[in-house]
Structures are given as C-alpha cells and as structure tokens.
Design a binder for this molecule. Sequence first.
Ligand SMILES: Nc1ccnc(=O)[nH]1
Length: 437
Amino acid sequence: MSTTTLTPPEKTWEIEEFENVPVPADRRRGLGSVSAVWFGFPMVLTCAIFGGLIVYSLGFRLGLLAIAVGNICMMLYVGALSVLAGRTGKNFALSAAETFGRAGAFIPSAFLATVVIGWFAFQTGMAGAILHDTLGWHEQFTALAAGLGFIAVTLLGIRALSAIGMIAAPVYIVLGLVAIWLAVADGGSSPTSYQGQAGAAAMSFGAAVTLVIASFIDSGTMTADFTRWSRNGREAFLAAASAFPVGNSIALVIGGLVVALGGSADPATDGGNFLGLLVDHGGLLVPLAVAFVFINLGSVCAHCLYNGAVGWSQLSGGRMRRLTLVLGAVGVVLAVAGIWSYFEQWLNLLGVIVPPVGAVVILDQLVLPRFGLGPRDRRARWHLPAFTAWAGGAVAALLTHRFAPWLSDAVIGFAAAALILTLGAALTARRDKELTA
Ligand SMILES: Nc1ccnc(=O)[nH]1
C-alpha cells in the first residue's frame, strides 16, 4: 500500500489504473460508485433471452426457482472473490498469481481475457441476428457495422464506457417493463400458471442453473478488476450483490415474464427476447427498439473488449488501444462469420471450464488459510496443486454434463475443484508434520 507514497507526483497518472499493484487505501471508492459498475453489467438482452428459455423449459414457478438458485450460487462465488478483492485491492491477475504462481497465473488470466473477446463476438453477432429476425436487416452487414461502432466506443476509453453503461441499465428496465405491459395488454394470461412448452426438448433444472451461472461466470470470475476499488471486503461483497442476485435476476425475470405472458413469437429459439414485442406495436417503439439494441449490446460489448484489451496488454506488454483494434477485428470477423449459432456449445464450455478457476482461488486464499492449510510458498513460479484442482474440477463437470445432465455441471465442477485442492493441502500438511516430527 506504500506504492503511492513512493511514486513521484508527476508519475502518478501512469499507475492510476493500478494494473500491477493493489489499489491503495486512499484511492478506494464508495459502495455506490463500485455498485454502479456491477449493477448494470448483467442487464443484457442476452439475459432476457436466457430467462425466457428457462421459463419456456421449466414453466414459470420452477423457472424462477432455477433463476434464484443460479443467482444465489453466483452471489456466493462472485461475492467471495469480491471480499478478497476488497481486502487486498488486487485485481484478478495479481490475485491469480498468488494461487497459480507468478508464471502460472498467465494461463487463467490469458484464458479469461480471451473468453471476454468471445462474448464480444457473440453479442456483436447477436445484434445482427436480432435486427435481421425482427426487422429484416441484412444480418452480416448489421453485425459488421455494429462491431465497428462498438470498437469505436471502446477506443474512446473508460469515460465513454461508463456513460453508455449508465444509460443502458435504466433503458433495459424501462423497455422491459413496456414489453411486459404490452404482453399483458395483448391478452396474456396469468404468468404464474404457465407450465412451459418445450416438451421433450426441455432443459433440466440443473441445466437451467448452469445456464444462469455460465452466462456471467467469465466476468464474474474477474470481479476483482471492479471490486478491488471497494474500501473493504464487506462493501465489495455488497457491490457484487447489486449484480448477483439483484441486476441479473431483474434481467432474467423480465425475459421469463415475457415468455410466460405469451409475448415471445418464437420462445424455443428467441427465449425472452422482447424486441419483437416492441417492434410489433410500431410507431415510436421501432426506432426505440433499434436504439436499444445498439445501446444495450454496445455497452456490454465495449466493456468486454475493454476488459480483454486491458488483460492482454498486461500479459503481452502491448498497448491497450492497439490491442483494442486487433482483438476487436478478430471479434468482428467471428461475429460476421456467424458465431452466434454456436452459443449453446459456448455456454456449455464456459460452465465446465470456468467455475473451478474461481473455486481454486476462493479455497486457496479465503477458506484453507483459516484451517492453517495455505500453500507454503506464495512466491513460487508455478503452483501445480492449483492446476490439478482446476483440471480435476473441469473433468468432473464434463462427466456430469455427459452422464448426469439433471445435475448442474457448473456446481459440480466448483465442488470437485474445491475438494481436490483441500485434499491436496491436507495431505501435504500431514506429510510436512511427519517430516518435522
Ligand atoms: N454475457 C456476458 C457478458 C459479459 N461477460 C460475461 O461473462 N457474460
């Protein structure tokens, strides 16, 4: 924490983002400021689609239960990682270095910084797909134009990001409520009696919980990049809770209500996407709906691209803006190539691979030290037990996905990684004791 006092004043601007050191105590921000970043982030059109898909599969009551369970899991997971960040002031990469080793941390950091670029590509492709389906726009051309616009916003920097984020969340809530109101006015029956219509194609309760988790597990695992600005662990936890359960549940439930009220024309593929509902009512709602797609997906895409570019510039020593252009170009190419149609496989992959990463960090830094089971050397270049537990958790999640689809593979992956790390630490501790005895 003494870093700032050692920094000459004229140099201070250089470490203002504190990429390589913990955020010092006098630069921490209040609960409102940190929550403002997290609260709006999961209010994405993507979440309305997923909330609708879940309710279409499970019916309204069970669907809401799955949304609640998924969000409670996320609250505990993202909350625990945030408590750490609020206590230490360290971002994800610095924190990962403690658990995976200073050299080893490259792997989870590079992986997550790449996954956010995947989200950029998916959601840019989605802008093209949605405007094609609802208004007949040219899908590839729309994705291309949207992607270039999103890159431009990202190049404008962090101020542009907060500005667009500040508009995106309230617009989501207002237009979501308008859509629900329209669905009710169109003669939607009582949503609570909606039983789901997916029939044999319905996803299981466990798969629905995984869908909720997987849709934000990437940014959720990197929560420290936001919550390291909190004044302490408690405020960091509360800031994360403004997203999980609060913001994310609002986003999912709006989509679920749209489906349960019969407001979605094709809930099997579009879920709770409420754009069609707005456009069908014509008039001013059409340009508003179009603006909404660009603001909402633009906000989340610009945030993803920014996170990816910052992550990769730290890892590669490159310049942030040049990386924004390079990674953005890759994302736009993937979007135009139609990556959106693979989103199911994409979510399966995330649900299997990412939760064990956070599990290892939480156990290693928050839980095991309480029982005197911390690693012996925090400065090692590689911490192999962390990688073993990550791999073991991912394998367990994959097996669950294949052979026990009624369970949540994300939850099993988390639990297996936690168990493997604990067993490893306990065995090492016992061996050490025997050696010194
Ligand atoms: N839908 C998402 C956007 C950004 N980050 C995520 O993890 N998920």
